[in-house]
Design a binder for this molecule. Sequence first.
Ligand code: CA
Length: 239
Amino acid sequence: MRIILIEDEKRLAHIIKKGLEEAGYSVDVSHDGEEGLYMAENFPADAIILDIMLPEMDGLSILGNIRKKGIKTPVILLTAKDTIADKIKGLDAGADDYLTKPFEFGELLARIRSLLRRKTDVKEAVIRVADMEIDTASHEVKRGGKFIPISAKEYAVLEYLAYNKNTVITRTDLTEHIYDESFDTQSNVVDVYINFLRNKIDRGFKKKLIHTVRGSGYILKDKEEQRHDFRQDIQDKTG
Ligand code: CA
């Protein structure tokens, strides 16, 4: 998953970016409001962490601008202000959540996970796909109760597919949501990770979970499609 961080205190921004990357997120950082607004409007992010007091343009104005444009990316406001009036103003301007500085990093991570789940069918930290379990807090993956060791990037690919399970995800979607802006999106690296994941997750299991959708992308699937029985139709019509 990919996060935009708009925070002008460089040291704090650096610590948050580093922590988020260690937690497996890709992070694009801006230290001023105007550039932050540009990123929020143009980068395909899964969440935005937004400071309120910023040079060039403040966080609430950024928020107002992106919501006016119909951009629904979840936003967590970060601020030193903790009066009730400011919280109300922020939430009414279209923020999804609010964190007052100083905060515990673990709380920020939990709030991000909670926001990422909101736009999906997933309601808790563990995502289940058939007999596979993906723990989005600890990044542990199990299939059939057995722990499967996977790398950070493999995890990022798998997690994105899992949040969107039973939905076809294009290569472009995957690349955009697991890498930050510095990555060359022409690369076929997603296919490479999918192959690694297949070897680890599906090999030796009768039920395959990762499927290629020709010409489109990939799907992590635990539902069988409803197959229409055309033979039955013909029998019905011809008696
Ligand atoms: Ca600030």
